[in-house]
Design a protein around this ligand. Structure first.
Ligand code: DGY
Length: 424
């Protein structure tokens, strides 16, 4: 049974955003601010397209995986066509790939999105997923080989987490020297209000990390061993755990032996307790160079539900953070000194994270919480439009407008009056 839609007019607007951001086989997150193909944005775009054009949905994933590196990595940006409106562009990354790409990855939501899309029409999707499966498997193996040395998933650049400037990374960022990066001109602050973007000190350090990667020829083992930044990320840990399960389920349906994936998932699950911080009473990022916890708690901790990880303590902590705001889940703890309700990942509510959290909550039987998250997210979009993120206290729309993943989660999740089915 299909859930009743809140607003056919908003559905039409959301479809128009996806079509408008379509650059032919791939979708940009939003015009101007992000003019290329971004990894996890693209996976959400595919999910959104699947509500009205299944073929286009699969094509989005095909294009994403067409830029996969030989070692299995799927890069976080694919620079299909030059665009001077973005910094740092392909010349700064210098990965030498064709098409040109960045040199880091991004949250591996693709298998989870592919499974949601496949469930919409298994017949139509069978051949498409059969072709994508070995590529997804190689990417998951890459995470295992290059990023899971400590047990949980490590990131080598805050951009890899997708939650660029969240307080989780402050402790690791403080060890990065950004003083020698030279002159550069940011482009993001020309597209949106600079007070909603990461600050200059953060940017200097982001660029220093890119320069390190470039200087070592994007040798991933070297970046992990000697690079300026290495932190355990609860967000990707939970996303990958869920994605392993989704990939294994699709592999089984295709008749593959999935014991390798099951082994990765079991190892990752066994390592999850190592990021539980009793002091913050939550899953916490950890600086792997010093072993110290970040001491910050944010929305990533509650992606635990997505991976089937939960506890009464986590439920209580979720309520504490959530009840401190009005609209959706805050990306950083409203009770902390760092909380900044409009600055990118330091406080705002992100519709796309709300959607992932809600899938997890619903799967774990927390129906009321999942429905509350959907309702609050829908209110933000219906009131203000398809923005990138929102102030969780007063709902002010922030960042880019006509945003692909906000439109996608409206069509797949937030725009249906009652959330009774797995996010779709
Ligand atoms: C940006 O440019 O802000 C991106 O988030 C980097 O991936």
């Amino acid at each position: 049974m299909t859930n009743p839609r809140i607003s056919p007019a908003l559905d039409e607007q959301a479809r128009a955003i996806l079509r408008g951001n379509d650059r032919g086989g791939y979708t940009v997150p939003t015009d101007g601010l992000y003019p290329y193909q971004w990894n996890w944005d693209s996976a959400f775009a595919a999910w959104g397209f699947a509500t009205f054009d299944l073929d286009r949905a699969w094509t989005e994933l095909d294009t994403l995986f067409s830029a996969q590196w030989d070692d299995g990595m799927v890069p976080h940006i694919i620079f299909h066509k030059p665009d001077p409106g973005y910094f740092p562009g392909p010349d700064v990354w210098g990965t030498g790939k064709s098409p040109e790409t960045s040199g880091i990855s991004q949250p591996p939501v693709a298998a989870t999105m592919a499974r949601l899309i496949l469930d919409m029409d298994t017949q139509a999707g069978r051949e498409r997923i059969a072709a994508l499966y070995p590529k997804m498997l190689a990417w998951h193996r890459w995470w295992r080989d290059y990023r899971c040395g400590s047990g949980v998933v490590a990131i080598t650049h805050p951009w890899e987490s997708g939650r660029d400037n969240c307080p989780d990374w402050d402790i690791g960022m403080s060890n990065v020297d950004g003083s020698n990066v030279g002159e550069y001109t940011r482009r993001d602050t020309g597209h949106v209000d600079p007070s909603m973007r990461p600050g200059k000190a953060d940017y200097d350090r982001y660029i220093a990390m890119v320069q390190f990667g470039r200087e070592c020829g994007w040798d991933q083992a070297e970046i992990v061993k000697n690079g300026p930044f290495l932190m355990a990320d609860p967000g990707i840990t939970f996303i990958l755990l869920r994605a392993h399960d989704d990939l294994a389920a699709m592999g089984r349906a295709l008749g593959h032996d999935v014991s390798e994936i099951e082994g990765w998932a079991a190892d990752l699950r066994a390592a999850v307790p190592s990021i539980w911080n009793p002091e913050t009473r939550g899953y916490d990022a950890r600086d792997l160079k010093t072993g110290r916890f970040s001491g910050r708690i944010g929305s990533a901790a509650f992606l635990a539900y997505l991976a089937g990880v939960e506890s009464p303590e986590l439920d209580a902590r979720m309520t504490e953070l959530w009840d401190a705001v009005r609209y959706g889940f805050p990306s950083a703890d409203p009770a902390s000194a760092e909380f900044d309700p409009r600055r990118y990942w330091r406080g705002p509510s992100w519709p796309v994270v709300n959607a992932l959290m809600a899938i997890g909550l619903k799967d774990r039987g927390h129906h009321a919480a999942a429905e509350r998250l959907r309702r609050e997210t829908a209110e933000l979009i219906a009131e203000h439009g398809f923005f990138e993120y929102f102030d969780p206290i007063d709902g002010t729309p922030c960042g880019g407008d006509a945003f692909t993943w906000t439109a996608a989660i409206w069509l797949t999740w937030a725009g249906a009056a009652v959330d009774t089915k797995g996010g779709a």
